[in-house]
Write a protein that binds this ligand. Structure first.
Ligand SMILES: Nc1ncnc2c1ncn2[C@@H]1O[C@H](COP(=O)(O)OP(=O)(O)O)[C@@H](O)[C@H]1O
Ligand SMILES: [Mg+2]
Length: 258
């Protein structure tokens, strides 16, 4: 089930470099929250801090809290691997295991969790590919390599792979930026369908995309080189794009930088 996320005073560092400062926000379930802002303002870093992927980088560290329905994912004794299972991530470049079959790409996470029964795996593969809007296109080639699919299909395969382990939240870091316009619209439509069941956070540098897919938009910014990224303003997407409170948001969305 979709869960709500409360971020409290989140800071993230790479070694001594302070990349994200003092972010607090609530991310509502069953809707799409878009993160926008100039390159380098910490959108990806913040997103990775939401499922404990930030700490995978050597020397990287986080402070603050990320509460998933009230439970701190950084709490003592919490298993980071389990966190990443319930808060799935889809990346900018589709990254299926290229030589692995479509079927095994989707089932990979379940197999890691020890599921062996073929009928159970088959069910999950069909259900996940159907939810990702890919089943009809690949049901006849489940045993051929994932790397043989088009870019847009590979991205939907990665979404199916994330859905297979039954996450509560889906994080997407510029999931359409390497795709052609038709594939982009397919993924955006899919995001619209998935939000009925999941909490979705999407980073995008495309403001039209944020306007198309999200209910809520958060604008991040950096004050200057070497400064950490900060959340400037967050609110209903229509408001952020028409009547933002902060002039920095307005300058960004109208294309006036600096
Ligand atoms: N692995 C890393 N090691 C060191 N610094 C990094 C790393 N990843 C990102 N950064 C730095 O952190 C800041 C925020 O980057 P990022 O989160 O990728 O921004 P965005 O996604 O908004 O473009 C940038 O200054 C970037 O150079
Ligand atoms: Mg990024």
């Amino acid at each position: 089930m979709a869960k709500r996320i409360d971020v409290e005073d989140l800071n993230a560092w790479y070694g001594s470099f302070h990349a994200v400062a003092d972010v607090s926000m609530t991310i509502e379930p069953k809707q799409v929250t878009a993160l926008i802002g100039p390159s380098g303002c910490g959108k990806s870093t913040f997103l990775r801090a939401l499922n404990r992927m930030h700490e995978v980088v050597r020397g990287a560290r986080v402070s603050g809290q990320v509460l998933l329905d009230g439970q701190d994912i950084y709490g003592e004794g919490v298993d980071a691997v389990a966190v990443r299972r319930s808060i799935g991530m889809v990346f900018q470049r589709p990254n299926p295991f290229p030589t692995m079959s479509v079927r095994d790409n989707v089932a990979a996470g379940l197999k890691l969790n020890g599921v062996r029964k073929k009928s159970e795996l088959d069910d999950v593969v069909e259900r996940s590919l159907t939810m990702a809007g890919l089943w009809d296109e690949v049901s006849h080639r489940l045993d051929r390599p994932g790397g043989g699919l088009s870019g847009g299909q590979q991205q939907r395969l990665c979404i199916a792979r994330a859905l297979a382990v039954e996450p509560e939240v889906l994080l997407m870091d510029e999931p359409c930026s390497s795709l052609d316009p038709i594939s982009t619209l397919r993924i955006e439509d899919l995001i619209g369908e998935l939000k009925d069941r999941y909490t979705i956070v999407i980073v995008t540098h495309n403001m039209q995309e944020a306007a198309r897919v999200s209910e809520t938009t958060a604008f991040f910014n950096i004050a200057g080189a070497g400064e950490p990224g900060r959340l400037i303003e967050m609110g209903p997407t229509t408001k952020i794009f028409t009547k933002p409170d902060d002039t920095r948001t307005e300058d960004y969305i109208t294309g006036r930088f600096g």
